[in-house]
Design a protein. Structure first.
Length: 76
């Protein structure tokens, strides 16, 4: 999403120019503008650990795997 195409801008800028009139003001100002500068990536699950978490590797950045622990969900 952060890739810029001249002269249009990036994917969010192009969308807002072409179809932004359809979006509510809050969506345009908060979500879409936040997405404009967001880092987009693709992750591979390297080591799944059911019930405990998983290790993910960022395939686009080529970084070392990061372990994410599973959080307990609040029950209603």
């Amino acid at each position: 999403m952060t890739r810029h195409w001249e002269p249009e801008g990036n994917a969010v800028d192009v969308y807002l120019k072409r179809r932004g009139w359809r979006e509510p003001v809050l969506v345009k100002s908060n979500m879409m503008l936040g997405l404009r500068d967001a880092h987009v990536s693709l992750h591979e699950v390297v080591a799944p650990s059911p019930g405990a978490g998983m290790a993910l590797r960022d395939l686009l950045a080529g970084a070392d795997p990061v372990t994410y622990a599973r959080r307990a969900r609040a029950r209603p």
